[in-house]
Design a protein around this ligand. Structure first.
Ligand code: AMP
Length: 457
């Protein structure tokens, strides 16, 4: 029986069609080129990893891990739900885990909601910490989060991200990474951006601050909404992220981390700002920028762009100095990274109208007649060998029709080859924008097209 139903892309996912994918490819290719000039190298990671990897690194109490992950079982489904299993095991010290628990954990897989955890896993697994200096990686690809879909927020979305891992945590690393990010945004024409920075302290000073914040929040608990009330106990810093209008005045009066940083973190943050000034990078400090993920330490940052409404963050990132050790790697390895949301960056570019001129169809070969066809096939091949985008109609068409099609396809030129042209070896090149026509021999034609392209015409 034939299926009557029309299939559709799953809610929160979408197709990037050729009309738009050229823009995406250009965006990603520009990132590659710029990141490579800063010494970053591509890493291609699996799309799914052990659930536990994300739970450990991102944090059980974060929105991502507690409700947004697409998780599935490698083998048969056990009686305990993934959430119960993880919550039960998260409370136990690692050494007390039983073998069957470990096996059950290993059976639980998740589509990656981000790629820092996978990058760090790969870094440790392949002993990249033995490489000299800092290891600089970048990745490009899809991420998956079960969020409520809306403009700029999808369940399958794309990120371009970078990580620096190694023994040094010099603020110059943070600053250079931000420089690279902004150079990239400028190059692609994403100009109406704002960089926000903050420091959320380290394992020394942050717990003390969080404790203080929790105490203060408990005092005003009754005035907060349900989400914030819950977060006081589960993910205290996230209360600062709240967008609820009536909570803003309360939050503004809370103690600020910048006043509670330990000496080393204070100095790190001050140096970072010096480094940014040195590079002429404009920024705004935002003490409430804590980011949702547990692994961040010290520097956090976010970049917002115009034209996106409420989902206006196009990039987020920060330091994660303890993550390598937390995931079983050697102590003393520091890290910092960012992830750009490609969907949103592209949306912002489209809204601004700042779009590059991307390659489109250059030559449409209009042929007619049995003797013209082999010549047309040969010319198409020669033009393509020189890098031109060429369309060769697979069936014979009257010139009028094929020129009309060339126009509709947006070709720059039509190359007209009829039986006379085939016999004489001289072809007519028609520029479709102004209908200007010129006759050329084969070699003169190729030369002419190459030189026109060289002059950007
Ligand atoms: P995060 O990993 O949450 O720091 O996100 C980094 C960037 O990825 C954000 O600034 C967004 O631009 C983008 N992003 C995160 N979640 C989504 C989503 N569900 N849909 C589209 N873009 C997203």
């Amino acid at each position: 029986m034939t299926e009557k139903r029309q299939f559709q892309a799953i809610k929160g996912t979408r197709d990037i069609l050729p009309a738009e994918s050229a823009l995406w490819n250009w965006f990603e290719q520009t990132a590659r080129e710029i990141f490579e000039t800063y010494g970053f190298r591509d890493i291609r990671l699996p799309i799914f990893e052990e659930t536990w990897l994300f739970a450990r690194s991102i944090g059980e109490e974060t929105d991502i891990v507690s409700k947004e992950m697409f998780t599935f079982f490698k083998r048969s489904e056990p009686e305990e739900s993934p959430k119960d299993l993880m919550q039960r095991l998260a409370r136990q010290p690692a050494r007390d885990l039983r073998e069957e628990d470990l096996r059950a954990l290993g059976d639980l897989l998740t589509l990656r909601p981000e790629a820092t955890a996978g990058s760090v896993r790969a870094y440790i697994e392949h002993g990249m910490y033995t490489q000299p200096g800092n290891v600089k990686l970048y990745y490009i690809g899809p991420m998956f989060r079960r969020e409520r879909p809306q403009k700029g927020r999808y369940r399958q979305f794309y990120q371009v991200g970078a990580e620096v891992l190694g023994p040094s945590d010099a603020p110059a690393i943070d600053a250079e990474m931000l420089e690279m990010l902004l150079v990239f945004f400028e190059r692609v024409g994403l100009t109406k951006t704002t960089l926000y920075i903050n420091s959320i302290g380290c394992h020394e000073c942050r717990p003390k601050y969080v404790e203080l914040l929790r105490e203060e929040l408990r005092k005003v608990k009754d005035q907060l909404g349900a989400d914030s009330q819950r977060r006081i106990e589960t993910n205290t810093l996230r209360v600062l992220d709240s967008k609820l209008p009536h909570e803003q005045a309360i939050i503004e009066k809370l103690p600020r981390i910048s006043e509670r940083l330990c000496e080393a973190c204070r100095e790190h943050f001050a140096k970072l700002k010096d480094e940014l000034k040195l590079r002429n990078i404009a920024y705004q400090e935002n003490w409430r920028l804590v980011r949702g993920l547990d692994y961040y330490t010290r520097t956090t940052f976010e970049v917002t762009a115009a034209g996106l409404g409420s989902q206006n963050a196009v990039c987020g990132g920060g330091r994660y100095d303890g993550l390598v050790e937390l995931l079983g790697g050697p102590a003393g390895i520091k890290g910092i990274g960012f992830a750009i949301g490609t969907d949103r960056a592209i949306l912002s570019l489209q809204e601004s109208g700042h779009l590059p001129r991307l390659p489109s169809l250059e030559v449409f070969v209009a042929w007619m007649g049995a003797t013209a066809y082999p010549v047309a096939v040969g010319m198409a091949r020669k033009l393509r060998a020189r890098g031109f985008s060429v369309e060769l109609p697979p069936e014979e068409m009257k010139f009028k029709k094929s020129l009309g099609l060339a126009d509709k396809l947006g070709a720059r030129y039509a190359l007209i080859i009829g039986e006379d042209e085939a016999a004489s070896g001289t072809y007519t090149l028609k520029r479709l924008a102004d209908a200007q026509q010129q006759k050329f021999s084969e070699s003169a034609l190729l030369e002419h097209l190459v030189s026109e392209r060289g002059q950007g015409r």
